[in-house]
Design a protein around this ligand. Structure first.
Ligand code: NAD
Length: 665
């Protein structure tokens, strides 16, 4: 059978041969054993629902064994043998071009080069699933190959519930991941209900088929680091030669040295795991590696003196580095940390004075002592940060729970009013400088899979931004200019892995203008095939998350999720090709609700109408909410949008004189 026939076949009626467990592939860790005996039976019974009865006697013990060995039933036997990768859109069997584009995006999320645990259908973040098992993948692809533009495919946490009649302007796919009755949204609930096969953790772009590999994280980190540098500079372009010190060369943190270099800084990143250091060094994301602190200090001093943009790894514990910087009276300009402190007791953070190997042993054999060592180290870590901050260093929390865990360890990191001494990257940087103005991670993918099309889209996006910058208000000039620099260098930075995709930060006006330009170019044949638009969920309106995306909302509403839910619904009836809503993502199950969309542009007038309507809502919904929360930048942006768009009427807050409240309670 060829590729098209294999897709159309769906779940095969003849059982494919069992597969060897390939240890050269990065597999998901064994999940916690949490089900009772009767629940395990239910999990196997649930899994067997996908298969003809005649196969049950063979599959039942096999699935029971997968559950016992891996903590989940992945149905490994059914993983297809064809190469998993984004293919040009015409290679997918289809009745609907929109559905074919979605098949391409699904395959990209499961590409061996892109996905973290591809055989367990996990794209990133350890648990960010596209599907729970291979039967769901096969059935979904079959439905997509058959569906028309008068149908909608309904996805319940990876399970394709079926094709339902709808209409051409409805989304082709509606996805929900991990939607729980609120009381059942603790981490162990995920373990249990995922093991039963009835829910999954979609993270953000994993469960919504919108992941584009490392490019997204490099761009986001660059925007953050660049703006952190600006916070400490008196005039533009003063970041050259400033010293940025941080920790982590892992999955996301590994983007820090690349971002620091793009921003013109002297970047020093500590990493305890030699494998992680080697990976980033061999990729060229970090220029030089030192394991000797004396030699490192000399190198830092030279780079700062000559204002050299360079990225340097310190192979060792970050606390040793911080303490040396203090003892040498070094002036650090910017500090942060991206160890995995959201997971402090199982390898997210390594204690000082103990080797990497000995730490790994201790965390398994003596977890109580390990925890004490981590907490002692966190106190030293915070003390060194405080000493350098007292000399003028700007320190920010990178959404990794550094401040939270340091405070729990008893470190001197909390003010008398209970707030932390330092702000988070969203409170201080991304929130007020980007999200509140509507700037967020807009992205697109060329369904031709042709780099030449991507180059055309880069040029079109650049022209739009260059045109906008001529008349843009002062408040957003910098954001536009940053993205002009980014898109000019985008090809050079060589970050395309998997599909031909691009990301940049844009506001509603820029997103709409760029999309219009793409649609016209598809119509004229300048771009050879449809383009998929989308975004990261870590955006203006897509995510309600009180400790991250909405941490700069101070009216108490950061614990509500109306914005993300409204966004998903509104995108759905304004023309998105697919929409998704997730529980969990980044900060954990039960801690965040986030959503996203995909939109296929095919050069038609229908596409033109949809893109204007949907992109307008997708950004301005969040700005309106941020404005109602009294965020100044958002009030500026929404008032400007109301001037530009007479049909938009947003409720604006009356600002209270604070002194009226004094003495009331
Ligand atoms: N980059 C972003 O935009 C972003 C946004 C939000 C949150 N985060 C958070 O950043 C954290 C890091 O993410 P990741 O994907 O890179 O995780 P990761 O686990 O892949 O990388 C963290 C690295 O830190 C190293 N490390 C831990 N303790 C150390 C120590 N004491 N000294 C030196 N090195 C040490 C680890 O060896 C590891 O390689 C996570 O908590 C994530 O949630 C990142």
């Amino acid at each position: 059978m060829n590729f098209k026939q294999l897709i159309q076949q769906g779940i095969p009626s003849v059982l494919p041969a069992k597969k060897e467990h390939d240890l050269t592939i990065n597999h998901a860790p064994k999940r916690k054993e949490i089900l009772t005996a009767s629940e395990k039976k239910l999990a196997v019974k649930n899994a067997l629902r996908y298969f003809e009865k005649q196969h049950h006697a063979i599959l039942a013990p096999e699935f029971a064994n997968e559950l016992a060995t891996y903590g989940r039933i992945y149905m490994y036997r059914f993983r297809p043998d064809y190469q998993m990768k984004a293919r040009p859109i015409h290679e997918y069997p289809h009745q609907s071009e929109q559905a074919a584009a979605i098949m391409m995006m699904i395959q990209n999320n499961l590409d061996l080069e892109v996905a973290q645990h591809p055989y367990e259908l996990i794209t990133y973040g350890g648990n960010g699933a596209v599907f729970q098992n291979w039967a769901q993948y096969l059935l979904t692809m079959k439905y997509l190959s058959e569906m028309s533009n008068e149908q909608t495919l309904v996805m319940y946490s990876g399970h394709p519930l079926g094709l339902f009649p709808s209409h051409k302007d409805a989304p082709r796919v509606v996805i929900t991941n991990g939607m729980m009755i609120p009381n059942y949204s603790k981490p162990d609930d995920w373990e249990k209900f995922n093991a039963l096969g009835v829910t999954q953790y979609g993270q953000m772009t994993a469960g919504s088929y919108m992941y584009i590999g490392p490019q997204g994280i490099v761009h986001g980190t660059t925007i953050t680091v660049m703006n952190a540098a600006r916070k400490i500079s008196t005039a533009n372009n003063e970041s050259k030669g400033k010293l940025f010190v941080t920790c982590g060369l892992g999955g996301m943190s590994g983007a820090q040295p690349k971002a620091g270099k793009i921003s013109g800084l002297v970047t020093v990143v500590a990493e305890i795991n030699p494998k992680a250091t080697q990976t980033r060094h061999s990729q060229g994301w970090v220029d030089e590696v030192f394991d000797d602190l004396t030699a490192l200090m000399q190198r830092i001093n030279k780079a700062v003196a000559t204002k050299e943009a360079v990225s340097i790894a310190y192979q060792g514990n970050v606390v040793d580095l911080w303490e040396r910087l203090v003892s040498e009276n070094c002036n650090v300009d910017i500090g942060s940390d991206q160890s995995s402190l959201h997971n402090p007791w199982a390898g997210g953070y390594y204690p000082a004075g103990i080797s990497f190997e000995a730490s790994n042993k201790m965390m398994a054999e003596n977890p109580v002592q390990f925890k004490q060592e981590v907490q002692k180290t966190l106190i030293r870590h915070a003390n060194a940060v405080n000493a350098l901050a007292a000399k003028g260093m700007y320190f920010f929390d990178y959404g990794n729970a550094f401040l939270l865990e340091a405070s729990r360890a008893g470190a001197d990191i909390v003010n008398s009013d209970g707030t932390f001494k330092y702000k988070s990257y969203v409170q201080d940087i991304l929130g007020p400088m980007c999200f509140d103005y509507g700037f967020g991670p807009f992205r697109w993918v060329c369904t031709s899979c042709d780099a030449a099309d991507l180059a055309v889209t880069d040029q079109l996006a650049l022209s739009v931004l260059e045109e906008m910058v001529k008349t843009a208000p002062e408040e957003i000039l910098q954001q536009l200019n940053d993205n002009i620099v980014w898109i000019k260098d985008a090809m050079k930075n060589n970050l395309v892995v998997g599909s031909q995709a691009r990301i940049l930060y844009a506001d509603a006006e820029a997103r709409i203008k760029i999309a219009e330009a793409f649609n016209k170019a598809i119509k004229s044949g300048k771009i050879s095939a449809p383009v998929v638009l989308g975004r990261d969920h870590h955006d203006v309106s897509g995510t309600d998350s009180p400790y991250r995306e909405t941490s700069n909302i101070y009216d108490g509403s950061s614990f509500t999720a109306d914005m993300a839910v409204q966004n998903f619904v509104g995108d759905g009836f304004r023309g998105a090709t697919w929409i998704s809503l997730h529980n969990g993502g980044g900060v954990g199950w039960g801690e965040v609700i986030n959503g996203g969309f995909g939109m296929v542009l095919d050069g038609t007038e229908d596409s033109d109408r949809r893109l204007k309507s949907m992109l307008f809502w997708d950004v301005n919904n969040g700005i309106a909410r941020r404005g109602w929360a009294r965020n100044e930048e958002a009030l500026f942006a929404i008032k400007r949008e109301m001037n530009r768009s007479p049909e938009l009427q947003v409720t604006l807050p009356a600002i209270v004189d604070e002194h009226l409240l004094d003495g009331l309670f």
